[in-house]
Design a protein around this ligand. Structure first.
Ligand SMILES: *Cc1c(COP(=O)(O)O)cnc(C)c1O
Ligand code: SF4
Length: 336
C-alpha cells in the first residue's frame, strides 16, 4: 500500500548524503577539469596553505563552465593570494578561542549559547576562519553533549541554543536527537537555531530522517543558511528549503561580503530576490573576519556602506540584510 506522506517528494532512491559527502572533490586539478578549466593549472598555488580543498559535486555542477571568475568556484578554489600576509589578519579573528566556556561551548551573547557541534564541513570555504580553528579539541557532541547540557542547565537565562561549527548537520541525525532529548529536560531553552551551509551545498542532507526529527521537536526552530550568491540555489536547494519550511522552520540566511564574488549591487539584489523566492529571508551580511589567508576577499567599509545604501534604495526593507562585523569582545555583532 502507498501511503501519502508529507515528505513524499523525497525519492526512496535518492542517494544517501553520506555517500555524496565522501564523494566530494578534494583535488584542485580535478575541480578545474570539472568546470572546463583543466588547461589552467597556472591558476593554482603550490599548495593549499594547510586548508584542504573540499567541494561536493552537486555544488560544482552549479558553477559556470570555462570561467575562472565564477563566484562559486572562487569560494572554494585555493589561490596564490592565500599566501599573502597583511597587518591585522590573524588566526583567531573572532575571539572565539577566548570566549569558550567549556568543551565547544561559547557563551558570548545574552540569552544565547552557541555550540561548536562539529568540526567538519561538506565544503571548505577559503574565506572562513575555520581554516585556523583547533576543532579537534572543541567538539560539543563528544561525551553525549554532557558538558554543553550541564552549562545550559546551570544558566536559566539561556533561551536559545545555537548549533554552529564546522557544520552541525555534519553530525548524524541520531546524534542531534541525543542532544534534543537532553534539552527536553530544560524548559527554559525554547529555541533551537542551526547555522549550516549543508542545505545549500549538499541539499540531500535534508532527508526524511532529519525532517522527521525536526518536525517532532517541541521547540521554535530557526535554520540560518549560509549562501553568498544567487547561483548557489537550484531545484535541489529549493526542495530542501521547502522540506525545512514544512517542518515548521523559519529560514534565514547570512552571507559574507566577498571581493569579486558578491561585492556589487546587482549581485546582492539578485541574491535577496532568489532567496525570498524559496522562502528564505536575508539576516546578516558580514564583513569578512580578518583571517590569515583571506586578505584577497576583503571589501572596504566604504564600499560596504555604499552597497548597503544602494540595497536600501532598491529592495523592500525585509530583503536588506543587516551589514555587520564581528568584533572580538563586543556584546553583539556590530552594525557597520
Ligand atoms: C554570532 C553569535 C551569536 C548569535 O548572534 P545573533 O546576533 O543572535 O545572530 C551567538 N553566539 C556567538 C558566540 C556568536 O558568535
Ligand atoms: S564553517 Fe561554513 S563557511 Fe566555514 S568552511 Fe564550513 S561551511 Fe564554509
Amino acid at each position: 500500500m502507498i501511503t501519502a506522506s508529507p515528505h513524499s517528494r523525497l525519492s526512496p532512491t535518492a542517494p544517501d548524503w553520506r555517500d555524496l559527502w565522501r564523494d566530494a572533490i578534494t583535488d584542485a586539478g580535478e575541480l578545474l577539469q570539472a568546470v572546463g578549466l583543466g588547461h589552467r593549472a597556472d591558476l593554482l598555488p603550490a599548495d593549499d596553505a594547510g586548508f584542504a580543498l573540499r567541494v561536493p559535486r552537486g555544488f560544482v555542477a552549479r558553477m559556470r563552465r570555462n570561467d575562472p571568475n565564477d563566484p562559486l568556484l572562487l569560494q572554494v578554489l585555493p589561490q596564490r593570494a592565500e599566501h599573502d600576509h597583511a597587518e591585522g589578519f590573524t588566526v583567531d579573528a573572532v575571539g572565539d578561542l577566548a570566549a569558550r566556556a567549556g568543551q565547544g561551548f561559547l557563551h558570548k551573547y545574552d540569552g544565547r549559547a552557541l555550540l561548536i557541534a562539529s568540526g567538519s564541513c561538506a565544503v571548505n570555504c577559503r574565506y572562513c576562519f575555520r581554516r585556523h580553528f583547533p576543532y579537534g579539541e572543541e567538539i560539543a557532541a563528544a561525551a553525549q553533549w554532557r558538558d554543553a547540557l550541564a552549562h545550559l542547565k546551570a544558566d536559566p537565562s539561556i533561551r536559545e541554543l545555537i548549533l554552529s561549527g564546522g557544520d552541525p548537520l555534519a553530525l548524524a541525525t541520531h546524534k542531534l536527537a541525543e542532544l534534543t532529548r537532553g534539552l527536553a529536560e530544560l524548559p527554559h531553552v525554547i529555541r533551537l537555531r542551526i547555522h549550516t551551509r549543508l542545505p545549500v551545498v549538499l541539499p540531500e542532507r535534508i532527508d526524511e530522517a532529519f525532517i522527521n526529527w525536526l518536525d517532532a521537536l517541541p521547540l521554535q526552530k530557526v535554520v540560518v543558511l549560509h549562501a553568498n550568491h544567487a547561483n548557489e540555489f537550484d531545484a535541489g536547494v529549493d526542495a530542501a528549503c521547502a522540506r525545512l519550511r514544512g517542518a515548521g522552520v523559519t529560514l534565514l540566511n547570512q552571507s559574507v561580503l566577498l571581493h569579486g564574488i558578491n561585492d556589487d549591487v546587482d549581485t546582492l539584489v539578485e541574491l535577496s530576490e532568489r532567496m525570498f523566492a524559496t522562502g528564505v529571508l536575508p539576516y546578516y551580511l558580514h564583513q569578512l573576519d580578518r583571517v590569515q589567508g583571506a586578505t584577497h576577499f576583503e571589501v572596504g567599509d566604504g564600499l560596504a556602506l555604499e552597497l548597503q545604501q544602494a540595497l536600501q534604495a532598491r529592495l523592500p526593507g525585509y530583503l536588506v540584510p543587516r551589514f555587520v562585523r564581528e568584533v572580538a569582545g563586543d556584546a553583539a555583532k556590530r552594525p557597520l
